[in-house]
Write a protein that binds this ligand. Sequence first.
Ligand SMILES: *[C@@H]1O[C@H](CO)[C@@H](O)[C@H](O)[C@H]1NC(C)=O
Ligand SMILES: *[C@@H]1O[C@H](CO)[C@@H](O)[C@H](O)[C@H]1NC(C)=O
Length: 573
Amino acid sequence: FIPPPHCSLSLSLSLSLFFSLSLSRSLSSPPSLICVCVLPQISEALVSLREILQQLTNQRALIEEDIHVSFEELHKTLDVRKSVLLMELEVTYGLKQKVLQAQLDTLLHGQGGIIDTCTQTEKALSGEASAASLQAERGLGEKLGELASQGLPFQAEENDQLDLLMEAEGLRKSIHKLGTIITTSAVASQSEASGVGLEQCIVGLPACVTITTRDKAGGPCRSGNAILSAEVCTPDGSVADGEILDCKNGTYDFVYTVNKEGEFSLALRLYDQHIKGSPFRLRVTRSPDPEGAKRRGKSPGSGSKKKGSRRTGSALGTSRRKENPIEDDLIFRIGTKGRNKGEFTNLQGVSASSSGRILIADSNNQCVQIFSNEGEFNSRFGVRGRSPGQLQRPTGVAVHPNGDIIIADYDNKWVSIFSSEGKYKAKLGSGRLMGPKGVSVDQNGHVIVVDNKACTVFIFQPTGKLVSKFGSRGNGDKQFAGPHFAAVNNNNEIIVTDFHNHSVKVFTPEGELLLKFGSNGEGNGQFNAPTGVDVDVNGNIIVADWGNSRIQVVSYLDIQYQRRCDGVGVLCW
Ligand SMILES: *[C@@H]1O[C@H](CO)[C@@H](O)[C@H](O)[C@H]1NC(C)=O
Ligand SMILES: *[C@@H]1O[C@H](CO)[C@@H](O)[C@H](O)[C@H]1NC(C)=O
């Protein structure tokens, strides 16, 4: 065995480093083995470590900037409040002072008049008694009576109260606790997953995997907020959708649903690194209940048909094709699975610009790809990372009327704005959003963001200023079980798909629920985990019925009819 020439380097490796790096290797390994086996490992580890270190340093700079900006804003807010209070004090003082001063002047004036008259009266009395002086005395008496009867204001017409109530204690306490540096010591190589959902699950039924994060010594991490990602895929792309729930005690639940049977790879990553044992082999079977299997076997989304025939035959519902009045011939299709230009790995959002471009958010290739209206690859942009301007998991994409490209980045927890040429401009919602999935633009040019994790719809100005928000987790009005994407119609109404509630909800621009439609199932108007949504020029609502592998088009006329009859109601089919 002849070591490659660069292996002479290994001689300079200290033995202790060698031992610590390859404990499992026998002590008698010849130096040449070190060259071949350990050196590449070291190089790889170095690259990875340098990348992590670089990212950490970038992150520090970003957070530093964020802290400065946030506190400057707080200072500004405090200064504004201070000015307002000072002004209020001035105005209140001024009003009261005016009243009191006027009263003072009146009294002084009255006092002056009476003193004058009294003096004159005294003079008159002390003088010679004459007809003239008697006449004058009478006149003065009348004048005094007149002055006295004017009703001088003896009672104060204002009070002297000017107090300040500053309930600052609570605020001070909040300020003491304001801001938290979030991190964990979790490392992927020690973190592990458990649960039956790691090995098998049943088509259409939710499965669960629990991930326990651990530090470098294998000790359990006790706090949440680690950055995890999960993916179930085949060579054809992603087949599951799910959510990672942070239990806030160092464990995380990945709850997911797969929509077809087969053998898949389940990848669980912590800070972009595979955790222990990942990727796992996942076996997805049909329901063991034979009735269920038979029923499902006939469904359009059963996967029993060949993919190709389904795709080319019809982009819309298939088994009920005769009832389907809509022409659904495929015009063209774009892309295959892959990492090159014009290829996709788990594509999510799609949007068309008014200039005839088709934009696609490719979440695992961490970029946005742009095609012509004829389906030809045009360009792509996006640099993987966690800094502003980089993309970690782009899921939603929308084009602003001004041409800007708006991208919801699920893992970076913010929305990025790029120029139409793909030049980074700004981010919005940072620190507020938990898992932005879909974006849309309303008639006012506001950015509508569907926060999947927060179960909230946020409305921002393109500058990043929050206009309003609505929604919380739940099954009530104005609540979502798992909102995914949104569209806006010509009435500026906001249409949101609720993945876990298997429904579509329509809201006024103010966030009041107008109506919801859909329930879980395979029939017309039923959904199985709806994802994408859009509106055509006639206001018809187009819904990607992900779990049923079809697109459904809902007539806007039906919806209006229903609204007239019922107000808020469930759409009849
Ligand atoms: C963490 O929290 C979850 C949910 O609250 C709970 O089921 C689990 O037992 C907890 N695990 C530990 C290790 O405390
Ligand atoms: C969806 O929400 C409704 C209430 O709006 C609730 O009655 C229903 O059970 C939910 N469906 C599912 C599948 O959670």
